[in-house]
Design a binder for this molecule. Structure first.
Ligand code: HEM
Length: 251
């Protein structure tokens, strides 16, 4: 604990200060645009915290991909465990949407216009780096120049899916089930479990999101221009590694 007499200005003395390290003066002043009362602040914080975690997810997914590429499978499994943990906390966070009333959200929605997290570039980047590369999501006219450049890069870059397929090819794995059966404790199993956990983590998030959104908007169209709930339901089936769950279940 600091001395009672320590001056708050005493930052030039080399001490590392919590608020400065985290740039809290900046971070806590980024909620202003919509935050004009009612549920606005809640809405902004809910989305901004998602975007922060999306940033961290992208970092871990890239590291997992790069580790798979150089056969550092234990490291990649560690990253995939963190990915799953973050996906679980985001899914849990969506439960807080229960505290929005239908009327309160309707009022908020009028101010949202056509803005929707459907336009989140980072969410598409997560899909792309995982291996879900749907080119239709490249062309949204809402992306900034920087976002579009990032999306194009991720679209071209190897994904976790392609890194995993290359790994199997390098190791001469023709039948994954037989390989895992032969070596049940091996590092390949850890990767397969991590990839399935990531797929299921995103699926659970999508499921919770459509449940929560459905309560708030019923059968009206989405602010991002889709059919709303029917569109989100169709996206629930999206999976990067649909065949791997079945392999694990048979083991
Ligand atoms: C507050 C209540 C929310 C409602 C009513 C809602 C509703 C919707 C709807 C209707 C869509 C379909 C696209 C469209 O807008 O036309 C959508 C997409 C999406 N929303 Fe939400 N959402 C909410 C909160 C959130 C939050 C907190 C996040 C976190 C970032 C989020 C992330 C997304 C993403 C990533 C998509 C695109 C999904 C995909 O294309 O597969 N939403 N949302």
């Amino acid at each position: 604990m600091a001395d009672a007499g320590t001056s708050p200005e005493g930052m030039e003395d080399g001490r590392i200060i919590y608020g400065e390290t985290l740039q809290l003066d900046v971070l806590l002043n980024l909620q202003g645009k919509l935050a004009s009362g009612g549920d606005d602040l809640f809405f902004i914080v809910l989305h901004q915290t998602h975007e922060l975690w999306f940033k961290e997810l992208l970092y871990e997914l890239e590291r997992a991909r790069d580790h798979i590429t150089v056969d550092a499978l234990d490291s990649a499994s560690g990253q995939l465990r963190r990915v799953r943990a973050i996906e679980e906390l985001l899914t849990a966070q969506l439960l807080s949407m229960m505290t929005l009333s239908v009327e309160g959200f309707a009022a908020l929605r009028e101010r949202l216009g056509t803005s929707s997290a459907f336009q989140s570039a980072q969410f598409r980047e997560i899909e792309f780096v995982s291996g879900l590369k749907d080119p239709r999501y490249l062309s949204g006219d809402w992306f900034s120049r920087a976002e579009r450049a990032r999306l194009r890069r991720r679209y071209r870059e190897p994904s976790i899916r392609s890194a995993f397929d290359d790994l199997l090819a390098r190791r001469g794995v023709v039948d994954l089930f037989t390989s895992l059966r032969r070596d049940p404790e091996g590092e390949l199993r850890g990767i397969v479990e991590g990839l399935v956990a990531h797929d299921e983590g995103l699926r659970d998030w999508r499921t919770r999101h459509v449940e929560m959104a459905g309560r708030l908007i019923g059968d009206s169209a989405g602010t991002g221009g889709t059919s709303g709930i029917p569109y989100l339901r169709s996206r629930r089936k999206t999976a990067v590694f649909p065949e791997l769950r079945a392999v694990l279940d048979r083991l």
